[in-house]
Design a protein around this ligand. Sequence first.
Ligand code: NDP
Ligand code: AKG
Length: 450
Amino acid sequence: MANQSKNVEAFVDKIAQRNPYETEFIQAVREVAETIVPFIEDHPKYKESNVLERICEPERVVMFRVPWVNDQGTIEVNRGYRVQMNSAIGPYKGGLRFHPSVNLSILKFLAFEQVFKNSLTTLPLGGGKGGSDFNPKGKSDGEVMRFCQSFMTELARHIGGFTDIPAGDIGVGAREIGFMYGQYKKIKNEFTGVLTGKGLQFGGSLIRTEATGYGVVYFSKEMLETRGDSLEGKICAVSGSGNVAQYTIEKLIELGAKPVTVSDSGGCIYDKDGIDTEKLELIKKIKNEQRGRISEYADQIKGAEFHKGVTPWNIKVDLAYPCATQNELPEEDAKTLIDNGCMGVFEGANMPTTDGALHLIKENKLLFSPGKASNAGGVATSGLEMSQNSQRLYWTRDEVDYRLKMIMKSIHENCVEYGRIDDNYIDYVKGANIAGFVKVADAMIAQGVV
Ligand SMILES: NC(=O)C1=CN([C@@H]2O[C@H](COP(=O)(O)OP(=O)(O)OC[C@H]3O[C@@H](n4cnc5c(N)ncnc54)[C@H](OP(=O)(O)O)[C@@H]3O)[C@@H](O)[C@H]2O)C=CC1
Ligand SMILES: O=C(O)CCC(=O)C(=O)O
């Protein structure tokens, strides 16, 4: 045991030395190393091929200038990135994030997670991630369009339907994907499925918008069933109020649970009566159409409270779904959730749980799913969008939803296979890491030292 943790520390130290100051990336590597380093010790072929260290180094990182003109006629400059992390099992695939906090460390952690996640989907997808420190908040549609066009003017050189297929993430939704697709098409003079999350009129797939949130709930349902339990009547805390949060709430309502919170970077809404379908429509209107603040919900819904500057984790709930951003659930909040009798934490966001919180949750044997497993429904449905584009076909809503459900079920089975500790506990972090790793590592070994 002591030897194992020494090996983990030695591995993480090496990566940290090569990537100084990349806090989030090192956090993501550590989380993987804690389960993969001991696994490698028992499987020498992975050690001899030094495959984990190779997976930690991006195949390529592109950084570029994104100049654009604001509504006042002033020229602004942002920085654009694409991290092409791993293409062993398929073309690079992963979202683009537009948020002022974006930096190389954040995009490398996201790209690294994406490699394991995409492997878990059962589809032939490599891993990548990109974005910019551009802040779409408060910008006009014209400004967002000019930014997206400038961003794509450079990005177009590095992507392609068989090379790298970006999609949305924080700050990148249907509007931004539309603008970027238009620019790509203009530059390349071709109509290809080079982005996913496209509008339904130009190659998008039904259910892609809903897929990440729906998938998280399908996955949590599978997990509850391992304990003979269900979602029926469960009080749920959901954080965020963007794409993932909205469709997590939608599916929770449909399956009989009672979501009572939503949030944004301004604070948290607590609606003790529960968020129903009608109230969810209001959230969608505030966030997707008016691009407003979640505090406006409390102005319109009787009995709902807005708590400025706080997260939803101090509310007494049965289940927690962090769906906003990385490290939004720290150790002290995990303790509050546990003290309040919470039974499970299911990550909708990427790495929303800090390292300390994760260990506490596992020690207390709560159900816990890492984002790379439970939020994989989004990228999986992007994979289904790519399949439809290649076939020049559109599948029905039911067909895509059925495939999504089957994929989430299969990811769950894989996590159980590699993560079962004993009759009473499944470590889904271990399960997801090993299942994701084995497929990529075997492909890399078969392809030689590349
Ligand atoms: N979209 C997808 O298909 C997938 C997304 N994910 C992950 O899910 C998470 C949410 O993404 P998505 O819903 O698409 O993004 P959106 O941009 O649609 O929504 C993001 C939400 O998170 C909130 N948020 C962002 N930063 C913070 C912060 N520092 N503190 C509190 N709240 C914050 C935003 O609030 P505000 O409006 O105030 O900024 C907003 O409510 C991300 O971690 C993303 O990587 C994972 C898999 C697929
Ligand atoms: O749909 C995709 O390609 C990417 C989704 C994504 O960025 C993610 O899974 O974090």
